[in-house]
Design a protein around this ligand. Structure first.
Ligand code: SAM
Length: 287
């Protein structure tokens, strides 16, 4: 039997009325109302029967339905308890969907996914997009692929390289841990209520190994954070802000073969790695 299409605007309006829902703006509740978009996102996740997939924020179950129809094994984590009775009803015919009430920033994701490799597919709540993505990446969870809908500007930040104004610490982290692709844009009227911004879908293939050799990851991210913390300063000055003395900064830059007058936003991942590794070598030599 073909189930009711949860992306149909009439159906969404009916559900909202029947359950007396108020879309909670603070929780980023903009529900998809276009079946083609739901299908395109689910397709991008490359799911097959039995693939474990984590959805963050199922809302009333619209994307969840698209994921469930691939035959994947769907675990959806929703924070808003008012949506739980809705999801119970809208997804009642899918025995491959498990709804978990919780905050994605607080739950133990690996435990929730039964310590199995999994895929992430979600229309993310925009107010915490970056913390969610960083949590997924930094915890080195056994994730194979992440397909997320985010604000277009964030999608660009995740995928653009050095030299563009939008390149920043998020770009470096995402590109260090994954191979990201900006897939397509989605206009505001694909949602109810319509957000003020255009959205975009990004697919990230999680890397088995980082694309650059880094001796100490903590130092690499310390350099990146310093470089983008004060974008207007020269790179040499941003390095000083980490507590390094002038002479050490000069030694690190010479060792790395980097011109300290450049700005951090022009640096490739390799160059950030060269600086971090030079710093590690100098410290090691001084011990
Ligand atoms: N997946 C649905 C869709 O595409 O129509 C809804 C997406 S809506 C943009 C984001 C969803 O994330 C909302 O249902 C919201 O309640 C939920 N949410 C917000 N913060 C969350 C959190 N910290 N943990 C889990 N879910 C959250």
């Amino acid at each position: 039997m073909k189930e009711v299409d949860l992306s149909n605007p009439e159906v969404v309006r009916y559900i909202v009325k029947r359950f007396g829902l108020r879309m909670n703006k603070k929780l980023g509740q903009n529900f998809l109302i276009r079946r083609d978009v739901v299908d395109d996102i689910a397709d991008a996740a490359d799911l097959t029967v039995g693939t474990p997939v984590l959805e963050i924020g199922p809302g009333i179950g619209t994307l969840t339905q698209g994921l469930a129809e691939t035959g994947a094994d769907v675990t959806a984590v929703e924070l808003d308890d008012k949506l739980l009775p809705v999801l119970d009803k809208t997804l009642e015919h899918y025995d491959n969907v498990r709804i978990i009430h919780g905050d994605i920033m607080r739950i133990d994701i690996e435990e929730t996914m039964n310590h199995q490799p999994f895929t992430v597919c979600a229309n993310l709540p925009y107010y915490i997009t970056t913390p969610i993505i960083m949590k997924l990446l930094e915890q080195r969870l056994p994730i194979e692929k992440i397909v997320v809908m985010v604000q277009k500007e964030v999608a660009e930040r995740m995928t653009f390289g050095p030299g563009s104004k939008i390149y920043g610490a998020l770009s470096v982290s995402v590109q260090y841990y994954t191979e990201p692709h900006l897939l397509f844009e989605i206009p505001p009227h694909a949602f109810m209520p319509a957000p003020e911004v255009t959205s975009a879908v990004v697919s990230m293939d999680v890397r088995k190994e980082p694309p650059v050799h880094v001796t100490e990851e903590k130092r690499f991210f310390q350099v990146v954070k310093a470089a983008f913390g004060q974008r207007r300063k020269t790179f040499a000055n941003t390095l000083k802000s980490t507590g390094l003395g002038k002479e050490d900064v000069a030694r690190i830059l010479t060792e790395a073969g980097i011109d300290g007058q450049r700005r951090g936003e022009t640096f490739s991942l390799e160059e950030f790695a060269d600086v971090a590794n030079a710093w590690s070598r100098i410290i090691e030599a001084g011990r």
